[in-house]
Ligand binder design. Structure first.
Ligand SMILES: Nc1ncnc2c1ncn2[C@@H]1O[C@H](COP(=O)(O)OP(=O)(O)OP(=O)(O)O)[C@@H](O)[C@H]1O
Ligand SMILES: [Mg+2]
Length: 207
């Protein structure tokens, strides 16, 4: 879908930070843009987000979680993304279907094909034109957060999950390289922001 751009990457790589800075830049430039995020992004979708992220719901079935993400996405599309695109705005979304593919499909082992099919029902033609992938391994993101001395205490199972997610993203990118702008997110926040803007210029989104 033209002018629909998503931002993806592993936990803590700087998606939200970079998206906020890009929003400030676009607003300064007077561009017709909407910035949003998932899960959530609109009233009903945010209520679903609360159920998904509620620590008391640790007994939630993985497939139930996958359907809730898809449900929140349907509502978010209806309330925010579709209206903005139909008004000719450029929409940036912090996480979208690719997060479901890699976290639920691969990380939680529900199967990529099933989660792709579920999301096809949820989004239809509203797939991003391309995705900005902030490329930083889970280990690097963790170390940057100040976890240098704690790496060995991090649960191996948690690391294995995030490794699967990271590898999942890499495989999706290899399968459809034109659909991604891979950004080295290992530098300073300023450097990453410059790389993102350069990619958006190349794609004709920014001047
Ligand atoms: N290039 C950078 N250098 C150093 N610190 C950074 C950089 N980018 C982001 N950070 C910091 O790393 C932390 C995580 O960033 P942020 O919340 O934007 O990540 P995220 O990808 O949105 O994470 P999540 O997947 O949990 O939503 C924040 O404290 C942020 O300020
Ligand atoms: Mg974030």
């Amino acid at each position: 879908m033209r002018n629909f751009i998503t931002i993806e990457g592993c936990d803590g790589v700087g998606k939200t930070h970079q998206t906020r800075r890009l929003k400030e830049y676009c607003e300064q430039m007077g561009l017709n843009v909407v910035f949003t995020r998932e899960p959530g992004g609109s009233d009903i979708a945010e209520q679903i987000r609360k159920i998904i992220l509620d620590a008391n719901n640790s007994a939630m079935d993985d497939m139930c979680e996958a359907f809730l993400y898809a449900s929140a996405r349907i509502q978010h599309l209806k309330d925010i993304i579709k209206p903005a695109l139909s008004q000719g705005k450029t929409v940036f979304c912090d996480r979208f279907v690719h997060s479901s593919y890699v976290y639920q499909g691969l990380g939680r082992n529900l199967g990529l094909e099933k989660i792709v099919a579920l999301n096809e029902i949820a989004v239809g033609e509203y797939m991003p034109e391309f995705t900005i992938f902030l490329d930083l391994s889970p280990e690097q993101a963790f170390l940057r957060k100040g976890g240098a001395d704690k790496t060995d205490r991090m649960e191996a199972v948690e690391f294995a999950f995030h490794q699967k997610v990271y590898q999942g993203y890499k495989d999706l990118i290899a399968a459809e390289p034109d659909k991604f702008e891979v950004i080295d997110a290992g530098g300073t926040a300023d450097e990453t922001q410059q790389l993102i803007r350069k990619a958006l210029v190349k794609r004709g989104i920014l001047k």
